[in-house]
Design a protein around this ligand. Structure first.
Ligand SMILES: [Zn+2]
Length: 141
């Protein structure tokens, strides 16, 4: 039995007693019971509102988590970073340093598959010696 049902129950009891409504005490009692019923209704409405607000906060929280995930995903994605310090983990670009002149040369998959390139600065032929598909940055001696 929730609070509105209890209030309605008391009101029913009071009405069933068929008290003399000309009696001042009974008038006060009836007025009090009416107030209790009004309050019970208010509380029930507030309770419903509270549940609704909680649901909305949960929904907002979920949305916010989604936004956070998107932001962090973007931060982790260095696809467009060309600062030279970020590693290129998508496998489409590599860099080697020419052992002769120190020029940093960007490579694509085709250069790798060719097994070597010519340094654009000093003309030194650079050959790649790497195991399997891994290009090890330390193997460019
Ligand atoms: Zn060079």
């Amino acid at each position: 039995m929730d609070i509105s049902e209890k209030a309605a129950y008391v009101k029913g009891l009071f009405d069933g007693m068929e008290l003399d409504m000309n009696d001042k005490q009974n008038k006060v009692l009836k007025a009090l019971i009416d107030v209790v019923n009004d309050m019970a209704e208010e509380v029930s409405q507030l309770d419903q509102c509270y549940d609704d607000v909680c649901d909305q906060i949960d929904a907002l929280d979920e949305d916010l988590s989604g936004v956070e995930d998107m932001l962090y995903d973007e931060d982790d994605d260095d696809e467009y970073c060309d600062c030279g310090f970020c590693s290129n983990e998508d496998g489409n670009a590599y860099e080697v340093t020419c052992p002769t002149c120190g020029e940093v040369i960007g490579l694509d998959e085709d250069s790798l598959n060719d097994g070597g390139i010519t340094c654009p600065k000093c003309g030194e032929k650079l050959e790649f010696d790497y195991d399997e598909d891994e290009l090890d940055d330390d193997s460019e001696e």
